[in-house]
Design a protein around this ligand. Structure first.
Ligand code: EPU
Length: 424
C-alpha cells in the first residue's frame, strides 16, 4: 500500500523500557549521496537509514547518471556507482519532492561547469529561498539564468572567494563547500553552519582527497584540488541526532528508562542540558546514551537556534513534552516563522498551547486524549506519535508518508521499547 494511505495507531503506553540502535542521519546521507557526484567509481555509504528520502535522492542521482543500490546482504550499506557519463539536470518531478536535491548544484557545477536545476520544494513550512547558495556561487564565478522554472547555472571553472554568510545556512554551507573542492584557489566560508552532518560531509570529502581546514568550526577554508583528482571511499554515516531525540522524548513523556545505542551526546549538548532542566537524567555511555525520565517533566523555556543551539527540528518534540509537563513553557522559533502548524493537531489531543508569531506558550496538562490527527511534516509527524503515547485511548496518525521520509522504522523501534503502537 502507498504509505500516504497508511495510518499509525498509538495507544497510551506505560513507561518505555529497553534498548534500541539509532540509525544514520537523513540530513547527512542525502548530502553525501549528492557529493558522490564529485567522483567517478564506486562510493560506499554505511549506516544508511531505511527512509523514503534516500530512495528519492537515489532516483535523482539515477536521472543524472549515478546508480544506487542497497547491498543485498546488508541493506544499511548503499553502493553508488558513477560511470563517468552524466546529464547535469535535476528534473522537477524529483526536486520538488525533497529540498536536499538542491545539494547536487555545488558538485555538478564545480565538476561539469553547467547544471539545470528545477527550483526546490520540500517541507512546506514557509518560504525557503536559496539566495545565499546563489550569491556565494556567483562570488565564485558562476552565472545563473532562470528559464521555465529551471535555474541554469554555468561556470567554466569556479574560483576561490571569501564568502561571509549573514546567517549560517546548512544547505548554502554544503553547496559552497562541495563547489569549492574543485575551485581554483582558496575559498573561505565565514559564519558557516556547524551541524554535525556538515562535519560528516567534510570528513567524507577529505577522505576522498579534498583539502579542508576548520572542520567543525564556523570558518571553513577549502583549498581547491584538480578536477578528477578525488578517489571514491567507503564512509559511515553519522548517527541521527533528531531520531535520537525522538526516542528520548518518547521515554520522557511515558516516564521511561531507555538506552540509545549509537546516539552521540556530544552532538546534542544544548538539547540535553534543556532535557536535564526538565528532570531527565541523561548519561553518555561509550557507544550511546542512557535516559531515565521522572514521573512528570518540569516546564522550561526553549529557543531554537542554528547549531550548536537547539535545532528547529527538535521543536515539535519539545512542544509535545511541554504539553504534558508541570508548568508553563515558552518556545521561540528563530528559523522558520511558519513552523507551528502541528500545534493545532496537538490541541486536538487536548494540549493547551497558544501561538503568537514566533512564540508558543505551552501550559502543561496532566494527560492528553487520543484523536485522529494528521502529520504535517516529518518532525511534527513524529511528535504526534510521541503525543499519542500519553493520550488516553487511541490516536490515529495519517500523513505517515511524511514520517517515512526521515524515520527508519519509528513504529518498530517504539514497539521494541514497549509502546502500544501499530501501523495499518
Ligand atoms: N535561508 C535563506 N536563504 C538561503 C538559505 C536559507 O533565507 O539561501 C533561510 C531558510 O529559508 C530558512 C533558514 O534560512 O528559513 C534555514 O535554512 P537552512 O539553509 O539552514 O536549512 P536547509 O538547508 O534548507 C536543513 C535541514 C532541515 C533543518 C534546517 C535547519 C536538510 C535536508 N534539511 O535545511 O531539516 O530544519 O537545515 O537546521 O538538511 C528536516 O530534516 O526535517 C529538516 C527540515
Amino acid at each position: 500500500m502507498d504509505s500516504g494511505a497508511e495510518q499509525i495507531v498509538v495507544r497510551r503506553s506505560g513507561p518505555l523500557e529497553g534498548e534500541i540502535t539509532v540509525p544514520g542521519a537523513k540530513n547527512s546521507v542525502l548530502k553525501l549521496m549528492a557529493a558522490s557526484l564529485l567522483v567517478d567509481g564506486v562510493t560506499t555509504l554505511t549506516n544508511v537509514p531505511a527512509i523514503a528520502d534516500v530512495a528519492i535522492m537515489g532516483d535523482l542521482l539515477d536521472a543524472i547518471g549515478v546508480s544506487s543500490a542497497r547491498h543485498p546482504k546488508d541493506p544499511t550499506t548503499l553502493v553508488l556507482t558513477h560511470h563517468g557519463v552524466i546529464t547535469p539536470v535535476a528534473p522537477y518531478e524529483l526536486v520538488e519532492r525533497i529540498r536536499a536535491s538542491i545539494n547536487v548544484l555545488g558538485p555538478l557545477l564545480t565538476r561539469y561547469g553547467e547544471v539545470r536545476l528545477s527550483l526546490p520544494g520540500g517541507d512546506d513550512f514557509g518560504s525557503r529561498p536559496i539566495d545565499m547558495h546563489l550569491s556565494g556561487l556567483e562570488a565564485m564565478g558562476a552565472t545563473f539564468e532562470l528559464h521555465h522554472g529551471y535555474l541554469e547555472a554555468r561556470a567554466e571553472r569556479l574560483h576561490g572567494a571569501k564568502i561571509t554568510f549573514e546567517f549560517p545556512s546548512v544547505g548554502a554551507t554544503e553547496n559552497l563547500l562541495t563547489a569549492a573542492v574543485f575551485a581554483k584557489g582558496t575559498t573561505v566560508i565565514d559564519n558557516a553552519a556547524r551541524e554535525p552532518e556538515i562535519g560528516d560531509l567534510c570528513e567524507f570529502l577529505v577522505a576522498m582527497g579534498a583539502d579542508i581546514e576548520g572542520i567543525g568550526s564556523s570558518t571553513l577554508v577549502i583549498h581547491g584540488v584538480e578536477r578528477d583528482s578525488l578517489r571514491p571511499v567507503t564512509h559511515e554515516i553519522v548517527p541521527d541526532r533528531i531520531q535520537a531525540a525522538t526516542y528520548i522524548a518518547a521515554a520522557a513523556v511515558t516516564g521511561g528508562e531507555i538506552t540509545l545505542r549509537n546516539a552521540r551526546a556530544e552532538h546534542m549538548e544544548m538539547l540535553i542540558r534543556r532535557f536535564v532542566d526538565m528532570g531527565l537524567q541523561i548519561t553518555p555511555q561509550t557507544q550511546g546514551i542512557a535516559v531515565f525520565a521522572p514521573k512528570r517533566l518540569r516546564s522550561v523555556d526553549v529557543a531554537t537556534l542554528p547549531y550548536p543551539g537547539i535545532a528547529t527540528d527538535y521543536k515539535p518534540l519539545i512542544v509535545t513534552m511541554l504539553a504534558v509537563a508541570d508548568g508553563v513553557g515558552i518556545v521561540t522559533e528563530n528559523l522558520y516563522p511558519g513552523r507551528f502548524r502541528y500545534v493545532e493537531e496537538l490541541m486536538r489531543l487536548g494540549a493547551d498551547i497558544s501561538t503568537d508569531g514566533h512564540h508558543a506558550v505551552v501550559r502543561g496538562v496532566a494527560r492528553l486524549s487520543g484523536a485522529p490527527v494528521k502529520a504535517p511534516d516529518i518532525r511534527a509527524g513524529a511528535a504526534l506519535v510521541v503525543a499519542g503515547l500519553v493520550a488516553e485511548g487511541e490516536t490515529v496518525i495519517t500523513g505517515v508518508d511524511h514520517i517515512d521520509r526521515g524515520y527508519d522504522d519509528l513504529v518498530g523501534r517504539l514497539a521494541i521499547l514497549g509502546a502500544d503502537i501499530t501501523r495499518r
